[in-house]
Design a protein around this ligand. Structure first.
Ligand code: BG6
Length: 469
């Protein structure tokens, strides 16, 4: 990073983070706690300024009292009052209506008085506002070469998202657009590549000859909470599958775990079995939790899915014929994200080896293998269960997903941010599946809250395993 400098007697900030949506859930729950973690871990430059933007008439003191409980609850590090007060010194709330173009002049004047060498601008708002903010920011003289961070949903439709993406890249440069998928910041998602590549045990058997099937499961206990407005338009397919879970699937399936991830993952997506070769009733199953239609801001007649189960295939040399099962749902019996790899049976009387990469809430690796039953000639199953976040040192050294992604953005490392082409490809694929599902008049099954899947899901997987626990 460049040395601290000054302009006209004003001290130059090495970093400024501007958050559009400074009074929103994402800012409170994820962004500010992540910035606090980075601050405590000395990973921010000495001079930095966080400017949350909102319409509410808050003074800095009001804003601090709003965010204090959120940071205390969600920061990974223990919050100490003195440090928190010192962190607050770096936060200045800025009141503005970001839908009014004229107000960007005021923001520009503010940055004239608080100049910076490194501008990060976070769009923590609904996609309807992206274009207006883009227009406004692009006119600002004191917001030099900003890095723009945004996350899904990128637009109400693929057409709008494409248009916006092009506009952002034209105005700010493609290297300055950081499309976040926070799952790519999760420690165990990254560990998938290492576990595969650093162990001969797995490296040479990571293919259709040895792997029977792969299960990727993302269960959440929470429902839609206060996000009914957004969720009822998105549904589980767009909220979780199109981005986070296809990311995980493509990471598991890359050809070269040491290669360029963006290129490798895109190659996998392009090899997903073409939709016209699929029978939709064997590929997709949708569900909705009982009571969803009574949630706040949800259409009482909604058919939006809160659960999606998929059986996908990758048409390439490595994975031909290996089913990849994906399931995700809200209001499930437990919170659990994991990837389970079941190897082929080497003999009928011997159980298959099973490798589970646990992503959340437990981070770890579980392995099942066969041994001789002590004192007998038969074979029995042994289980090895490694819990990474049970180790306090490992736990403390593991950054939260947002912390890692924000830090990467600040230092200009966009290698783990998603390129537009990948988003576009997965968007088209998921849209096509969804359309086939409704064209075939397939039902959205109701499931009770606190289950792990609609019972009908077993139709998709019963040929490969009996129960998905
Ligand atoms: C978000 C989805 O992208 O990911 C939410 O919009 C979901 O609906 C969340 O709850 C899950 O993230 P995490 O990190 O809690 O697994």
């Amino acid at each position: 990073m460049k040395a601290l400098s000054t302009t006209g007697g004003v001290v130059m900030n090495k970093l400024t983070l501007t958050i559009f949506g400074g009074t929103g859930d994402l800012t409170y729950r994820k962004l500010l706690p992540a910035m606090y973690n980075l601050y405590i871990k000395n990973q921010l430059p000495k001079k930095f300024l966080i400017t949350p933007i909102g319409r509410r008439d808050y003074t800095d003191t009001d804003y601090q009292s709003v965010i204090e409980p959120w940071i205390s609850e969600f920061a990974q590090v223990k919050v100490k009052d003195e440090q928190l007060q010192a962190f607050f010194e770096h936060i200045h709330y800025f009141r503005m209506d970001f839908t009014a173009q004229s107000q960007y002049q005021l923001l520009d004047q503010y940055y004239e008085a608080h100049p910076s060498e490194n501008h990060v601008v976070y769009y923590a708002v609904a996609p309807d506002f992206f274009e207006g903010i883009t227009d406004g920011v692009s006119t600002m003289e004191n917001m030099h070469e900003p890095k723009i961070v945004l996350e899904k949903p990128f637009g109400a439709s693929l057409e709008l998202a494409k248009f916006l993406s092009k506009k952002l890249e034209t105005l700010f440069g493609s290297d300055h657009i950081y499309r976040i998928d926070h799952y790519l910041g999760k420690e165990m998602v990254r560990n998938i590549l290492t576990i595969r590549d650093a162990n001969l045990l797995f490296k040479n058997v990571w293919n259709k000859d040895n792997i029977d099937h792969v299960q990727i499961s993302a269960l959440e206990e929470v429902g839609v909470e206060t996000r009914g407005n957004y969720y009822d338009h998105a549904g589980a397919l767009k909220d979780m599958v199109q981005n986070h879970l296809l990311q995980i699937m493509s990471i598991v399936a890359v050809d070269d775990p040491t290669g360029n991830m963006n290129e490798q993952q895109l190659a996998v997506l392009k090899q997903l079995c073409s939709v016209d070769k699929l029978k939709i009733q064997d590929t997709l199953l949708l569900g909705q939790y009982d009571g969803y239609r009574h949630e706040l801001h949800v259409d009482p007649a909604s058919t939006t899915e809160t659960f999606a189960g998929l059986k996908l295939f990758i048409d390439n040399e490595r994975w031909q014929g290996v089913p990849f099962y994906i399931r995700t749902g809200k209001k499930m019996a437990r919170r659990e994200i994991e990837v389970k790899i079941t190897f082929k049976r080497q003999r009928e009387d011997v159980d298959p080896n099973v490798l589970v990469i646990k992503i959340q809430p437990t981070e770890g690796v579980y392995l099942e293998f066969n041994i001789k039953t002590p004192g007998e000639d038969s074979i029995t199953k042994a289980q090895m269960d490694f819990c990474q976040n049970c180790n306090l040192i490992f736990k403390l050294n593991t950054p939260e997903a947002y912390e890692r992604m924000l830090h990467a953005c600040m230092i200009g490392d966009n290698s783990w941010f998603t390129k537009w082409e990948m988003i576009e490809y997965s968007w088209e694929y998921i849209d096509a599946l969804k359309l086939m599902y409704s064209d075939a008049n397939l039902p959205v099954y109701t499931y009770p809250q606190g289950s792990v899947e609609p019972k009908e899901l077993s139709q998709l997987y019963h040929k490969d395993f009996e129960q998905w626990n």
